[in-house]
Design a protein around this ligand. Structure first.
Ligand code: ZN
Length: 71
């Protein structure tokens, strides 16, 4: 298990080459491209910048906490 000191965010990496695609933070994934920062929630797909492999993530699975529904 890989741990990085001082960082609790989980990294979203390419399933093939391991290139960093984004950082999962709470209920969203943060993606940086040049000077722009994108924060996305829900289902997300991207092609790896290095190897072109399609990667998928669902930020609802990243979130460890349970969502509460209004009863
Ligand atoms: Zn890749």
């Amino acid at each position: 298990m890989q741990t990085e000191s001082g960082q609790q965010n989980s990294q979203w990496r390419c399933r093939k080459c391991g290139a960093l695609l984004g950082v999962a933070d709470d209920d969203h994934v943060e993606i940086r491209y040049k000077t722009a920062v994108y924060r996305v929630r829900g289902e997300l797909a991207t092609d790896c910048r290095k190897c072109g492999t399609a990667n998928f993530v669902d930020t609802r699975n990243v979130q460890p906490r349970r969502e509460r529904r209004c009863a």
